[in-house]
Structures are given as C-alpha cells and as structure tokens.
Design a protein around this ligand. Structure first.
Ligand code: BDP
Length: 695
C-alpha cells in the first residue's frame, strides 16, 4: 500500500465480522438520484463490498438488511418514517435502525443530500472501527458552519510551506482536464466533514481573479459540488490595480468598490455557490487597506459588500505584524483588531491563528479569542508542519489543537473556552468557522508522510464539533481505519501519536521557548540568529538568553502582553509560580538557577527536556518496530525511515541548542547528560539549501 487510500481503505474484515456486518447491511435503497446521492451509493457499494466481501445490490423497496438513505423531500419512504430531523440543520444526519414492513432496515437521513453523505461516511467509519451497527440511533450536526482547508498553493504549483510535493491543482491543464485525483480529494474531505477549500496561497496572485482563472476555479467547483465542498479564493487586495487598470485599490474609492462588485458578479455567474474571499492584508509585505490610510474593517467591509448579495463571506486574517512594532510582536494583532470590534460587516469573519506568534510547536492561545465579542472569529490552524519538522517528523497535532480548543479565555466568564468562542456559543454568533492550512500535495500519500494524514483527518473531525474535540479518540479512529483496528496495533500506535507533539516541543523549543528555527525555511535550529533585518525575525528576539537567564518577559515588567488576556488568565500567565512550566519562558525571563517543580534548576530542567524529547523519539522507533507484523511493507518502511531521520534531527536540535545556551548559562551539564556531539561553530555553519521553504 502506498497510502493513497487514506482512511478510506475498506480492506476485508475478518470472516466473523464480515458475516455479521454483511447480514445487517445487505442491499442499498437510495432515496433519490441527485449527484450527491449517486456518490453515496458509490461509497456504500465500495465500502460494503470492500469490508464484507459481498456485493450490496440496489433495490427500490427496502428488504431485510437494506440501507435506506436520502431526505424526506425526495424519498417518500423516508418521509413516512417521520424522523426527528428538524434540528439537524443543513448538514446534519441521522443513522437509525428501524423496521419497515417488519424487516430490519438501516436508515441514513438528513435534510439535505450532503447530510446523508456525511451519515454514510459515519456508518462506514463505525464498520471500519468495528463498532456495533445493529441498533443504531445516532444524530449529529456540525457545530461550525465553515470547515475549510487553506491551500497555500501558488499558481506555478509550488506550495508555500508544503512538504508533500507540488500543488495538486494543475492550473495549466484546467479547466478541461480534471484528473480523478480531484474527486478523490473531495471525497476524502467530505468523509471528515470539510465543506470548503481556499485554492490559492494567502500570499496571493491577482491572476487568480482573471476570467481565465475563474473558469479554472469553476471547473474545480463542479467536481467538488456533489461532495458539499465550496471553493474560495485568496483575494489580493491590490487586484483592482494589477488586473483592473485602476490607479488605486483604496476601499473608499467608488471605482474600486464597483470593480469588486463586478468581480463578484462575474465569479458568481461562473460559480453560483462560490464561498468567498480569504485575505491576508498589510502583513509580511502584502497589500492592504492601510496602504491607503484605511483600516482592516474598511477593507474587509468593501469585499463583504461585493459578496453579500451572493451569500459569500470574507475571511479576513488577523495575522499581522509590522517592523514598527519591535516591542513585542505578540501584541500587534490585538492592538490592530480589538479597536475594530463591532465594525465588521455581517458576512465577515476575522481569522485568527491559534497563537499570537506563528504556529509554534506550543503557544498559549491567541489573546484575540475572547477580546472581540462582537466579531465572529475563525480559528486558523496549521496542518502542514512548518515549525514541527516538516513531513519527516512524526507529530500528531490533535493534542495541540485540543489544548487550544479547551483553553479557557475567561471571556465573558469562566468556562468560555476557545471552542465556545469559535463555535458561536460564547457570544451568540451564527457565522462560525475553522480553517486549517492544508498539508496536501502531489505526493502519492497526499500529505508527505503517512502519519501526517492523521493531522488532516483530525482537523476535519475537530472542526465538526470543537467542543467535543478529543484527540485520543480521533487518533484511535484514524489508526484503526488507516492501518488496522486490531487493538494490538491501535493501542501502541495511539500512545505513540499522543506523545509525539510533546516530544517535538521538548527537543525543539521546550518550556515555552519559541521561534528558534533557522532562517527562511524554518528547518533545524537557529537560536543564534541575530542579523535579520527586522528584530522580530530573529530567534534572539524571542529567547533573550543572557548571563542571568532566559525567556521573554511579557509581564508588567516587560512587554505586558499578558494584559491582553482576561484578568484571571493574565494573573495565571503572569505569575512564574503559577503558569504551567510548558509556557514559563514564553511569559517570563527566568534565572538559570530557578528551582523548577521537579526540584532541578531551570538549566538542568532545560537540558532534561531536550533529552526527554530525544528519548521519546527513540521509544517511538521501538514501538514502530514492534508494530511491523500489523503493517504492510511499504508503509512500514517509509514510517521507519522517517523515524530514523527524526531521531537524528532530534539529537541535532538538542545538541545545537545546548551548545548555544550553555554559553549564556555558563554552568556544567547536569550529571549524566551527554556532551553535544559537535561544537557550536559546527551547528552554526550548517545550511540547508534544499530544504523546502520560502519559494
Ligand atoms: C508564516 C509562514 C509564511 C506565511 C505566513 C502566513 O512562514 O510562509 O505566509 O505564516 O500565515 O508562518 O501568512
């Protein structure tokens, strides 16, 4: 196996299971023939024949063991069952075991065909994970409206921060050539509830908005539509100048507003269900409203006005930082966006990364969550592992996302977790969403590594219902479906996954350190880097190591970024005796000899964490070696090879970091700790011209 089938492998079950599942689900009765229901039929046919080895014939009347699926609107049989569908919304589903004319039948129903599709995938998931299906009574609806992948794909098929080959969008051959891959992409996303995709990089190219490219995007939209997936585009703010021939892109200029309105009309004429625009403005050199003396709200509202008549939304990113803000980059998004709360149009969401800096292995939650009660905030996660070892390091991100979703913002009161802020329950918003920067590319296994598929999977599952997000359950499901449900495989594999992200934190940026990656590509250690043009590009800006200690003082005696959180949170983060040690150096500059909870000094603890990270990777290797009997050869070997790269690089991170920080700590290594393999100069001299990076 090469990983192409993802978690939708449908390999034969053991004989006993085959018989019992096969008896429960013997035939298929579709309640309609829409393009979506035809996909449901195809999926159930494929799943049942793969898993049970039996073909499930299609019948008009549901006989014993039939699966009846559809909506009350198109199926009289389903309407007659009078099922409780009213509160399932447009995308929810119901799975129920019923009797029709005395015969046992399994029903998959929803208010829309897409709901039915989600239900079909849920039924197959239950089979793949060997759960009972004979007495089903399941109802589920997504807690979030927008569950969207963000592709950072360029039109030349390079992928910014992509580690899985080239972009899967072959713009050159679109719109005429639509490889099967596109449909498989949509199917995989639908199986985890993803309902939107932004096709192009946030560092965008105005060409995406030209008629030629709109036709290409329309072709993709057509392929995705039966799977309930809408397309969105990253819009370049200066497009009216670049492709519209206007002298300005000022959002207050009537010509500019008219241009965007006409552009929206043109797009919707080709793509009636177009989702809307994602915008990165006035950040890292991207154009934006501030170039014309306007605010983010002015810019977002102009686009919102153009999209509103068609039902489109604007996802306006809060990832901004400017060179003029050398005091603390942590604070900039709140400084710029909090004052705009309440000024955004109704169809605008502000899209906020999970933390205030930038997708680090561990960050405290972003202080914007809770700080803009009148604005729908969309959570942006990075599925691609820019700062966690690219595709070669095994890091299951479910635990990281669970951590941020469960973080308590205390806004407006205790228990207002980030999950409740984004799913609308904290402040009563109906427009809600979660975005994940995709890790998908042209590699045969989609994500560059087999285990990175789990992060794609977890993103979808968590976006469906962030309050319920449970990293371990999701890991268990994924491992069972992607490899085998045999508990002798699943339990050790899940243990390995659950500890994997902490291992990366430990060997890269322990105890709240952050942004110590080498320049540009962000691959490998560069804590010594201090010569980049902007202060906040330099790792030394973040760790601030000196003879006294290490860490960034973000309390009142320092940048006071803690004050951007609710008082209760600020009190916790601001007190070095109370803050979790995993975030200690994020908020505090701490003396090298400070006693840690383990009884060790900070310096000893730091070295201990690096060692723990390396040791965990060793344990992961051992675990994987023991799992050989349960895994096909190709995937086994590929994972094993990556783990050995990871082991070597974990040691590199540890050794280079210790070699550097010991210069400041000026203390001996703790007893028993291994000397770094090389001197500091060796690590400083390494360069990685081939590392995939900033294109
Ligand atoms: C940073 C990436 C950069 C992205 C930027 C963003 O290094 O490539 O363009 O985020 O999110 O982490 O816009």
């Amino acid at each position: 196996e090469d990983g192409y089938d993802l978690w939708l492998r449908y390999r034969p079950m053991p004989a006993e299971a085959r018989a019992s599942y096969g008896d429960t689900l013997r035939s298929l009765t579709p309640g309609g023939d829409s393009p979506t229901l035809m996909r449901v039929t195809a999926e159930l046919t494929r799943g049942l024949s793969g898993l049970t080895g039996r073909n499930a014939p299609i019948t008009d009347r549901p006989g014993e063991g039939a699966v009846l699926y559809g909506t009350p609107a198109t199926s009289a049989l389903i309407a007659a069952l009078d099922l409780p569908l009213s509160d399932l919304g447009e995308e929810g589903y119901l799975l129920r075991s019923v009797r029709i004319d005395g015969r046992p039948v399994t029903v998959i129903a929803g208010n829309t065909d897409v709901g039915v599709l989600y239900g079909a995938f849920e039924l197959l998931r239950r089979m793949q994970t060997r759960q009972p299906i004979a007495a089903l009574d399941v109802r589920s609806r997504p807690a979030m409206r927008l569950r969207v992948l963000n592709h950072w794909d360029n039109l030349d098929r390079t992928v910014e921060r992509g580690y899985a080959g080239q972009s899967i969008w072959d713009w050159h051959k679109l719109p005429d050539f639509r490889p099967r891959l596109y449909e498989d992409y949509a199917r995989a996303n639908a199986s985890i509830g993803v309902n939107g995709t932004v096709l192009n990089n946030v560092n965008s190219n105005a060409r995406s908005l030209t008629p030629e490219y709109i036709a290409k995007t329309a072709a993709l939209a057509e392929v995705f539509r039966p799977y309930g997936i809408r397309v969105y585009l990253s819009a370049r703010f200066s497009a009216p100048m670049e492709i519209g021939g206007l002298p300005t892109a000022d959002p207050m200029d009537p010509r500019v507003r008219a241009w965007w309105r006409a552009k929206a009309e043109e797009i919707y004429a080709a793509i009636p269900d177009f989702g809307g625009f994602l915008v990165k403005a006035n950040s890292e050199g991207q154009p934006g409203p501030q170039d014309f003396g306007r605010t983010h709200a002015d810019g977002a509202n102009m686009l919102a006005e153009a999209l509103a008549p068609h039902g489109g939304v604007v996802m306006w990113r809060a990832f901004v930082y400017a060179a003029e803000n050398p005091e603390d980059r942590h604070k900039q998004a709140n400084l710029e966006f909090e004052p705009l709360d309440g000024e955004f149009a109704e169809n605008v969401l502000v899209q906020v990364k999970n933390g205030a800096i930038d997708f680090q292995p561990r960050e405290p939650f972003h202080p914007l969550f809770g700080a803009m009660p009148r604005t729908p905030l969309m959570l942006e996660l990075q599925i691609t592992k820019e700062y966690l070892g690219f595709a070669t390091h095994l890091a299951y991100l479910g635990t990281m996302w669970e951590e941020v979703l469960r973080a308590d913002t205390w806004c407006p009161s205790q228990g207002s977790t980030v999950a409740k802020v984004i799913d609308g329950t904290a402040f009563g918003h109906r427009l809600t969403g979660m975005a994940g920067v995709a890790n998908i590319g042209s590699d045969r296994n989609w994500s560059g590594s087999h285990f990175d598929q789990a992060n794609w999977y977890a993103f979808g599952r968590m976006a469906w219902d962030p309050q319920a997000a449970d990293a371990e359950t999701i890991a268990r499901e994924w491992a069972a479906m992607t490899f085998t449900p045999d508990p002798r495989f699943v339990e050790p594999a899940v243990t390995m996954m659950m500890g994997s992200r902490q291992a990366v934190v430990d060997y890269m940026t322990p105890l709240g350190l952050h942004h110590l990656m080498a320049t540009g590509h962000h691959y490998g250690p560069g804590p010594w880097v201090d010569d980049l043009a902007r202060p906040e590009w330099n790792p030394v800006y973040y760790h601030r190591a000196n003879a006294e200690g290490i860490g960034f003082d973000r309390t009142a005696s320092g940048s006071n970024a803690v004050a951007q959180y609710a008082p209760e949170v600020a009190a916790r983060f601001g007190d070095p005796d109370v803050v979790e040690e995993d975030l200690l150096l994020w908020f505090h500059h701490v003396p090298w000899d400070r006693r840690m909870r383990s009884g060790r000094t900070l310096w000893e603890e730091l070295v201990g964490r690096y060692d723990r990270g390396v040791a965990t990777v060793g344990e992961m290797q051992d675990t994987w070696a023991r799992l050989r009997p349960f895994v096909d050869d190709q995937r086994f070997e590929e994972v094993a090879a990556f783990l050995s790269i990871q082991k070597e690089e974990a040691r590199w991170w540890r050794d280079a970091s210790i070699a550097y920080f010991r210069v400041f700590a000026d203390r001996p290594l703790p007893e028993g700790a291994r000397e770094p393999e090389h001197g500091l100069d060796h690590y400083r001299a390494l360069s990685f011209p081939e590392a995939p990076g900033h294109w």
